[in-house]
Write a protein that binds this ligand. Structure first.
Ligand code: UFG
Length: 364
């Protein structure tokens, strides 16, 4: 199959590009590189640099290639940020997606996979959160994603487009074969920040909020390995041959922010210098996925489910890419301020447990 991947230079998108190619599909990436990285796109994958708001460009891209489907990742995606600039989130995420979906219908592209979010549930009363739980977004970011889910509902009802809305919980980790990783600028996510703090690349980490209604007072999140998440997209593509689906994608286990710090300390063998800070606006206390529907209907199971294994893949990528995509695979030296052993260029990372056989592509 031939797929267009918007946001394919970003964290989740780039891992999905790898999964699609590992499965034998061909891909074109469309990305404005505002948060993504050229180096995150494999050199032999065509990259169109442009804004989703540029309908003429998108139209040309769709005219020039007959796509079997679109996977749509390009979006603003930070919960806390969306409380600061709400209308930017609502406008950009919603309008860009609306136009993209309309263009897909115009070009008779009938398969659409949408990166939705657990943030559309707000602060649900029941955990784990099932797909049928009440939608009540706690942030403009979550709201923007839900609006797009509604557009897809009408795209199916009226035009017969099949879509998969994948409501991600907290994507983390990096490609187990070391081909891609997480590089946000600025970085705001807990796991990469804690790793960089452990490595001494950041002086300290603030933990936002000590008074949530959770066991240790910090927020609880369900961390899903980005490669498991990517694989859920392949499964969803099979499903939408015949119908539209909505799935929660998570591990069904919650870890508090303090659990994450302890995991990072175990994996790195170093202390994380952290301190308390006030709550971050928009953060729900607990988000734990009920992913039974995805497992039952597609056979998907997370292969890298243990938090330490997830952190381990993120840590290894950071060791080989201390500057992220800016300077991939530099030599490790005392000049970097790190005394970690160097992992050789192109190192073949051992995969955790059962993931070994599953995620290694047949031909490298
Ligand atoms: N946190 C800190 N200190 C930091 C950074 C984060 O305490 O410096 C806390 C947050 O307050 C939150 C937890 O760590 O309690 C996780 O925060 P992240 O920023 O890592 O991730 P979020 O849960 O805010 O959001 C992520 C994605 C969203 C997605 C959501 C789904 O960024 O796009 O997961 O749960 F919608």
């Amino acid at each position: 199959m031939h797929y267009l991947v918007t946001g394919g230079a970003g964290f989740v998108g780039s891992h999905v590009v790898l999964a699609l190619r590992d499965a034998g599909h061909s891909v074109v990436v469309f990305d404005n590189l505002s948060t993504g990285h050229r180096a995150a796109v494999p050199p032999d994958v065509p990259l169109v640099v442009g804004n989703l708001s540029d309908q003429a460009l998108l139209n040309t891209v769709m005219e020039n290639a007959k796509f079997d489907g679109v996977l749509h990742f390009a979006a603003l995606s930070l919960v806390g940020d969306s409380m600061r600039v709400p209308f930017t989130y609502l406008r950009q995420n919603y309008l860009n997606s609306l136009q993209l979906i309309e263009l897909c219908i115009h070009h008779a592209i009938r398969r659409f996979v949408f990166s939705s979010t657990a943030a559309l549930f707000g602060t649900p009363e029941q955990q784990p959160i099932m797909e049928h739980a009440t939608v009540n977004p706690g942030s403009p970011y979550g709201e923007s994603k839900f609006l797009i889910e509604r557009v897809l509902h009408w795209a199916e009802t009226i035009y017969g487009m099949h879509s998969a809305c994948l409501r991600y919980f907290n994507a983390a980790g990096s490609d187990p074969m070391g081909r891609a990783g997480e590089d946000h600028r600025p970085e705001t996510h807990l796991i990469p920040l804690a790793i960089d703090t452990a490595l001494g690349r950041r002086p300290a980490l603030s933990i936002f909020g000590a008074d949530y209604a959770t066991a240790d007072g910090t927020c609880v999140r369900d961390y899903i390995h980005v490669t498991d998440l990517a694989h859920a997209h392949l499964m969803a593509l099979e499903q939408i041959e015949t119908r539209s689906v909505t799935y929660n994608v998570g591990n069904t286990t919650g870890f508090s922010n303090l659990d994450v710090i302890r995991a990072v300390e175990r994996v790195t063998g170093r202390n994380v210098n952290w301190s308390w800070a006030g709550r971050r606006q928009g953060d729900p206390a607990t988000l734990i996925a009920g992913s039974e529907r995805l497992r039952r209907e597609t056979g998907w199971i997370p292969r890298i489910a243990a938090l330490d294994d997830i952190v381990e893949t993120a840590f290894r990528w950071r060791l080989t890419h201390p500057e992220g995509y800016a300077a991939p695979l530099p030599a490790m030296s005392p000049a970097t301020g790190m005394d970690m052993p160097a992992i050789p260029l192109g190192a073949d990372f051992p995969l955790p447990g059962a993931a070994e056989e599953f995620y290694r592509p047949a031909s490298p």
